[in-house]
Design a protein around this ligand. Structure first.
Ligand code: 5GP
Ligand code: ZN
Length: 118
C-alpha cells in the first residue's frame, strides 16, 4: 500500500499515531476527527496515500466507491443515517484543505445549515 512517511493520516492508518477508530478494512479507515465541528464528525480515508482528489486515478475508482459504502455503514452505526448527514471532501486552497491525504468528512447529529457561507 503506497504511503507517505511524513503524512499524519498514513501514520493514523498504520496505528503509529493514536486515533478513535470507527472502522477499518483493507481499503479504507474511518476515525473521529480530533477537532469535531458537529456531534458526529468522522473522517473516512483511503488506506492508500492520495494527496487530494486532484490526484485520483481511474484505478482508484473501486476504493472511492467503497468509501461511500463505508460512509453509509458508519452513518448507520453512529445513529445519524435517518435524520441525515453531510459528506465533504475539501480539495486544495480555496476549499481549505489542510491534510493532503484524501479524506471524506462525515458530519451529523445536528442541523448543519446551508451548504456553504454566502
Ligand atoms: P481538511 O481541512 O483538510 O478537509 O480537514 C482535515 C481534518 O483533519 C480537520 O478537520 C482536522 O481536525 C483533522 N485532523 C488533523 N489532524 C488530525 C489528527 O491528528 N487526528 C485526527 N483524528 N484528526 C485530525
Ligand atoms: Zn497519507
Amino acid at each position: 500500500m503506497h504511503r507517505d512517511p511524513d503524512c499524519i493520516f498514513c501514520k493514523i492508518i498504520a496505528g503509529e499515531i493514536p486515533s478513535k477508530q470507527v472502522y477499518q478494512d483493507e481499503l479504507v479507515t474511518a476515525f473521529y476527527d480530533i477537532n469535531p465541528v458537529a456531534p458526529v464528525h468522522v473522517l473516512i480515508v483511503p488506506n492508500k496515500h492520495i494527496p487530494s482528489v486532484n490526484h485520483v486515478q481511474p484505478e482508484d475508482e473501486t476504493m472511492l466507491g467503497h468509501m461511500f459504502s463505508v460512509a453509509r455503514q458508519v452513518a448507520e452505526q453512529l445513529g445519524v443515517a435517518e435524520r441525515g448527514y453531510r459528506l465533504i471532501l475539501n480539495t486544495g486552497e480555496h476549499a481549505g484543505q489542510v491534510v493532503f491525504h484524501v479524506h471524506m468528512h462525515l458530519l451529523g447529529g445536528r442541523p448543519l445549515g446551508r451548504m456553504v457561507c454566502r
